[in-house]
Ligand binder design. Structure first.
Ligand code: GLY
Length: 594
């Protein structure tokens, strides 16, 4: 890494174009190096986002968390590439310019609607616990759970990355473009440099203490001990070298050879919390095709990712409990709408805590949890206008001789979401993560390693009863990631998803209800103020219209908490008039289409 530049970069943040200028000790001749200019189409998209307008297109569209990544995807789509091709280019650039959220060192889930066959496929590229891991991975000598960050920082929390294998698998199934070409934009940016975004700079400054623990991580994000500033030009030759290996050798260039060796050395040799991930874990990693989980809502089919994600099951349960309520008539500003959504969410989170885990290791009653009769019984619990004293897991159709205790692990709010529609009618929804912002704060071969294993329950048992989401060797941790494709009559009408840890489920439900019940277009839906209820307390987004509901919700009996709700919803709607893209104003993403 070299911090070489003083640059003025144009960035749009939450509705205003902000000119960011950093005073830095830079050789003047270095100014102008790296990729900082904003293209006219990106500027237009940022302007639309600032004004609350969706971006319109006819043939294809891509929405993701950083303009440079979106441009890379748009170039692929404009040249006739498929949505899978574009995703590879987008993800490779995101791993460089938004390294805090996702990358080669992380994992992802992908939902694909095939324009030719109408089939929906879901791919699981989730990180995996080492074969050496035990259920006591995150416990101290006395069997007590470690503190969260005690577990996160260092090698212990690192699961076998899945994102490189998922990129290769999606390209092999649905791609058309030349694989090495798809990695070229990221390789050029890594070599020429790119301007650090305001959001990345802010997160580096806030996390400087943890980023300082690993020398390689500190070198990259805190050069000379100083946190990167917005507008600094950042280069990453090691990342370019890793991408070249993947370009030449496919996923084997990552899971074997020097990149794999760098990963295991970083994990096992970490100066803090060395971990277990070894060469065999990397060599045997495989993407898994899972059965898509689809739930009906208002004449649509809402499809997403099943276990080990809790996303589609929880989203489907919440919508299933709301189906019998006339939310359209109640409206978006009505506390009763939010009582119903909040109570349904609490019940879904209770089931999630009890039953959701990696279905290759524990039986998960997906059908029972989404059974309309079961959901009608659950909806009856919240039909009386009141607030449940306690939301407890239900008893769906299941072998109840299998006992699980509650494991209310909460995934943390980092992650990123990519939505793409191509000119052949393929739609791709992919949520990608390294878990916490900056993952395990460990760098290897130019990218950050995930801390995804802390998405497992730190407790293996409660009261002598096993927790479904306990750590086991080769198991994948529970997720909340909810990449979603909504279809009507077999055709996709909405592609969306969000980062935000366990908040993802609520963010996605809010946007779905806003669009399907309240008639908001995709931009209005992604920017609507958030209200989330997982475990009783109602979280309202400070500074948004959602905060106006604080007093009415308190009057209904809720404890209310105001705070930031940093979703990163990226959505595309498909209708008779074409495509509309919406990018969340809380982050730096844009929509581009043609
Ligand atoms: N680590 C974020 C999630 O999987 O939900």
């Amino acid at each position: 890494m070299h911090r070489v530049g003083l640059i003025v970069a144009l960035w749009m943040t939450a509705g205003a174009v902000a000119a960011q200028q950093t005073a830095d000790t830079v050789a003047p001749e270095a100014a102008g190096a790296g990729r900082v200019e904003t293209s006219a189409s990106v500027a237009a998209s940022q302007q639309a986002k600032a004004e609350g307008r969706a971006v319109a297109a006819q043939d294809w569209m891509v929405v993701a968390a950083h303009p440079l990544a979106v441009e890379a995807g748009a170039d692929v789509l404009a040249a006739g590439g498929t949505a899978a091709d574009a995703m590879v280019a987008v993800q490779a650039v995101l791993g460089l310019v938004e390294p805090q959220s996702s990358g080669l060192g992380g994992g992802a889930f992908l939902v694909w609607h095939d324009g030719a066959t109408g089939e929906i496929t879901t791919l699981d590229g989730r990180e995996t616990a080492s074969l050496e891991a035990t259920p006591r991975l995150f416990q101290n000598e006395a069997g007590e759970p470690l503190g969260f960050f005690e577990a996160v920082v260092g090698g212990r929390s690192v699961g076998t990355p899945g994102t490189p294998a998922l990129m290769a698998e999606a390209h092999a199934r649905w791609g058309r473009a030349n694989w090495p070409d798809l990695l070229k934009p990221a390789i050029s940016l890594a070599e020429e440099g790119f301007a650090v975004s305001p959001r990345l700079a802010m997160l580096v400054a806030n996390d400087a203490e943890r980023l300082a623990v690993d020398p390689a991580t500190a070198d990259y994000f805190l050069p000379g001990g100083v946190p990167l500033a917005a507008g600094d030009i950042l280069r990453n030759p090691a990342y370019a070298e890793t991408l070249r290996r993947i370009a030449d050798h496919g996923e084997a260039g990552f899971y074997t050879g020097p990149v794999a060796a760098a990963i295991t050395e970083a994990v096992q040799g970490a100066n803090h919390n060395p971990g277990l991930l070894g060469p065999l874990d990397l060599a045997i990693y495989r993407v898994k095709e899972r059965a898509a989980v689809c739930a009906p809502y208002r004449g649509h089919e809402v499809c997403g990712m099943g276990p080990p994600s809790s996303g589609a099951v929880a989203v489907g349960q919440i919508l299933g409990m709301l189906e019998g309520s006339d939310l359209a008539a109640l409206g978006a500003r009505n506390p009763e709408s939010w009582r119903l959504i909040g109570e349904a969410s609490r019940l879904a989170f209770a089931d999630r805590g009890r039953y959701l885990a990696d279905s290759d290791f524990v039986p998960v009653p997906v059908q029972g949890l989404l059974d309309p009769a079961y959901l009608a019984d659950r909806a009856a619990l919240i039909a009386d206008g009141g607030v449940l004293e306690e939301a407890i897991a239900g008893e769906p159709e299941f072998d109840h001789t299998l006992l699980w205790s509650d494991g209310p692990t909460l995934e943390q709010p980092a992650t990123t979401h990519i939505s793409i529609v191509d000119s052949e009618g393929n739609a791709l929804s992919m949520t990608s993560t390294i878990e916490n912002a900056f993952g395990a704060r460990l760098m290897a071969a130019g990218f950050l390693l995930n801390n995804e294993l802390t998405d497992f329950s730190f407790r293996s048992h409660e009261g002598g009863v096993p927790v479904a989401n306990r750590v086991e060797p080769g198991k994948r941790p529970r997720s909340s990631m909810s990449p979603t494709i909504v279809r009507q009559d077999g055709q996709p009408v909405l592609v969306l998803g969000s980062p935000g840890g366990s908040g993802i489920i609520g963010y996605v439900v809010n946007a779905l209800v806003a669009h399907l019940d309240w008639g908001m277009d995709v931009q209005e839906a992604v920017q609507m103020g958030h209200l989330l209820n997982r475990f009783g307390i109602y979280d309202l987004e400070e500074g948004s219209e959602a905060a106006d509901l604080a007093a009415p919700l308190e009057a209904l009996g809720y404890e209310v908490r105001l705070g930031a709700q940093t979703s990163g919803l990226h959505a595309i709607s498909l209708g008779p008039d074409g495509l509309l893209g919406g990018a969340d104003p809380r982050r730096e993403g844009v929509a581009l289409g043609e």
